[in-house]
Ligand binder design. Structure first.
Ligand code: SF4
Length: 243
């Protein structure tokens, strides 16, 4: 069984859209958003996947979500059928932290042969070998100090090294200020993360903030020979579920 986020109570967050970030930006795909996360980023824009009633970890909106309304459990067969019904040949599995549900994900992906599989992860959890064999691309987003997570939880050296050595893994760092870029440089150097697989992405949940940060990030990307990524879905749809 898989635990998904909901768009509205009772409706799993499975939808067709375009990838808004990173290596596959602009490509049409189906998204599936899983519930639960092992981290707690203060600026998380999907806190409804983890900040349930009783969770006192800090978050800038200080909103707590009703677990019953914001989670739904689906069988692997039901989830796969809903994905196939949307007719896309690319699936982006996001969260929350999807790799917390590796065994069930592997069972579901075995029902989806021929579909290109991307998994978005915070880079702290190892996939099972059964799941790893079915994944075409990892979008790894390690969380820096400004996320509010303790480094020993958010930056797991053996995991970062493993993803850095995996040509399927693209790194995407959420950046809010120039000090964050320096932190990215330190991590890239320490774990031999390839610059051509390293994206800098502005933190922000509104178009004006993202555009302003893209502008000051551009010279830093040029200087460091990394890659810049927008958040297309925010410009197109705002900070909304199911987009
Ligand atoms: S790792 Fe991702 S889903 Fe988890 S709290 Fe941070 S931003 Fe949110």
């Amino acid at each position: 069984m898989l635990t998904l986020a909901t768009t509205t109570p009772g409706e799993p967050e499975i939808f067709a859209s375009v990838q808004g970030e990173g290596q596959s930006a602009g490509r049409p795909c189906t998204f599936m958003r899983l519930s639960r996360c092992n981290l707690a980023c203060t600026w998380c824009d999907t806190a409804y996947t983890w900040r349930f009633e009783g969770d006192n970890r800090p978050h800038r909106d200080d909103t707590r979500f009703d677990r019953t309304a914001n989670q739904i459990t689906l069988s692997e067969e039901d989830a796969a059928a809903r994905i196939l019904a949307l007719g896309q040949n690319r699936l982006v599995i996001t969260g929350g932290e999807p790799l917390l549900q590796s065994p069930a994900l592997a069972r579901m992906l075995a029902l989806l042969p021929g579909i290109h599989i991307e998994i978005e992860t915070n880079g702290t959890v190892a996939p099972t070998s059964a799941l790893d064999a079915l994944v075409d691309q990892y979008n790894v987003s390690p969380k820096l100090a400004h996320s509010g997570n303790a480094a020993e939880l958010a930056l797991i050296p053996e995991r970062l090294a493993a993803f850095a050595a995996d040509a399927r893994a693209y790194f995407k760092f959420v950046v809010a200020c120039e000090a964050d870029v320096e932190a990215v440089q330190v991590l890239c150097s320490a774990f031999a993360i390839a610059p051509e697989r390293t994206f800098l992405m502005p933190e922000g949940t509104d178009s004006a903030t993202i555009t302003a940060r893209l502008k000051w990030l551009t010279p830093l990307v040029i200087k460091n020979d990394m890659r810049l990524t927008d958040r297309l879905h925010i410009h197109l749809f705002g900070d909304t579920r199911g987009t």
